[in-house]
Design a protein around this ligand. Sequence first.
Ligand SMILES: NC(=O)C1=CN([C@@H]2O[C@H](COP(=O)(O)OP(=O)(O)OC[C@H]3O[C@@H](n4cnc5c(N)ncnc54)[C@H](OP(=O)(O)O)[C@@H]3O)[C@@H](O)[C@H]2O)C=CC1
Ligand SMILES: CC(=O)N[C@@H](CCC(=O)OP(=O)(O)O)C(=O)O
Length: 344
Amino acid sequence: MKVGIIGATGYGGLELIRLLHNHQEVENIDLFTSSEEGIQFSNKYTHLMNIHDQPLLKIENDKLANYDVIFTSTPSGVSTELLPPLIGAGPKLIDLSGDFRLKDATEYVQWYKKTPAPPEAIAKSVYGLTEWNEEAIQQAQLIANPGCYPTAVLLSVLPLIKENLIDASGLVIDAKSGISGAGNKPNQMTHFSETNENTAIYKIHEHQHIPEIEQAISNFAGKTSPVTFTTHLVPMTRGIISTSYAPVTSGVTEQQLTNALEETYANHPFVRIIKETNKFGTNQVYGSNFCDIHVRLDPRTNRATIVSVIDNLVKGAAGQAIQNMNVQFGLDQMTGLQQVPLFI
Ligand SMILES: NC(=O)C1=CN([C@@H]2O[C@H](COP(=O)(O)OP(=O)(O)OC[C@H]3O[C@@H](n4cnc5c(N)ncnc54)[C@H](OP(=O)(O)O)[C@@H]3O)[C@@H](O)[C@H]2O)C=CC1
Ligand SMILES: CC(=O)N[C@@H](CCC(=O)OP(=O)(O)O)C(=O)O
C-alpha cells in the first residue's frame, strides 16, 4: 500500500509515521509539507534516523491522486480545501481534523469559526468512530476521523444511552487532556511555565467537540439532547480521561451497566471493560490503541459514573485513523496496531 501523509511534521503526523512503519501492508510512506519542502525528515526529527530519511515533499494535487490512501493531519480549515478535489479520484482519504465531522455546516461555522467544506463533500464523509460505524467505513472514500475527546466520551456512554440505561438529558462530562492534544505549535496556554504544576479548565461551554458529541449521540443512540461537556488541561504529555455522570433509569443495577458495555464491545478488541478496580488512569493505555472503560453506580444518588481513558494521539487520532484504513481495505482491524501500553 502506498501512503501519503499531509501534516507529517505535526504530532498526529508523527504518530501516523511511527505506527505505519510497523504496518505490514504499507510499503511506501511519503510525507508532505506546506512549509519545509526538501528537508530530510530525519534531520528534523532525529528519532527517525535510518527509519524515515526521505525529504519532505511539496503538496501537489496531481501527485496525491497516485496514492492508495492520504491522511490529512492538519489544522482545521486546511482539508476543507485540499480534499474535495480528490473525491472520486483514486485514494482513500482519512482526515484527522474536524473539517468533515459535522453534517450541519452552520454548526461548523459556529464552533470552528471557519468556512465549511462544500456540501457535496460533507455529504460523502463518513464518521470514523470505528466500533460504531464499521459498515459505512468499509464503503467510504472519505473518513472524518473523530476528535480525541469525542472518542473517549462516546465509546463509554453510547452503549448505556442506546440501551436506555442512563438519561442522556442529564449527562455531565468532565474530560481532561495531556498537552500534546493541542498540537506542536506552542502558545500561551501550552507554555511550560503555565502548564507545569497547574490544571486548568478551558473553552468552558465553547468547546468545538460539543456538537460532535451531540451529533453522534443522536446518530448512534437515537437521543437528541444537549450535553454539559467541560475540558481541562493537565501537566502530562499524552492521555485523556473522561468522567461522565448521568442519572440511571429507575431500577437499573451496576451489573446491567457493565453488561451493556461488555456486550457492545465483545467483538471489539480495542475496547476493554475494566471491572472491580479502584485504580484507573491514562498510563494503562499510553502509546496503545486501547480505550479502557469502567462504570459504577452510586446507590446514594442513583447516578452512574462512567470513566474512560485513551491515548489522544493513538486511539484519539493516528491509531483510530489506521484502524479505519484497515476497515476500508478489508484488513484485520488490529493490523499494525498491536502495541502494548507503555505503563511506566
Ligand atoms: N493532537 C491531538 O491529540 C489530536 C489532534 N487532532 C486534530 O488533528 C489535526 C492535526 O493535529 P496535530 O498533529 O496535533 O497538529 P500540529 O499543529 O501538531 O500539526 C499540524 C501540521 O499541519 C501542517 N500544516 C499547517 N498548516 C498547513 C496548511 N495550510 N496546509 C497544509 N499543512 C499544514 C503543519 O506541517 P507543515 O508546516 O510541515 O505543513 C503542521 O505540522 C488537527 O486538526 C487536530 O485538531 C485530532 C485528534 C487528536
Ligand atoms: C489539549 C487541547 O487543546 N486539545 C484540543 C483538541 C483538538 C482537537 O482534537 O480538535 P479538532 O476537533 O479540531 O480535531 C482542544 O481542546 O481543542
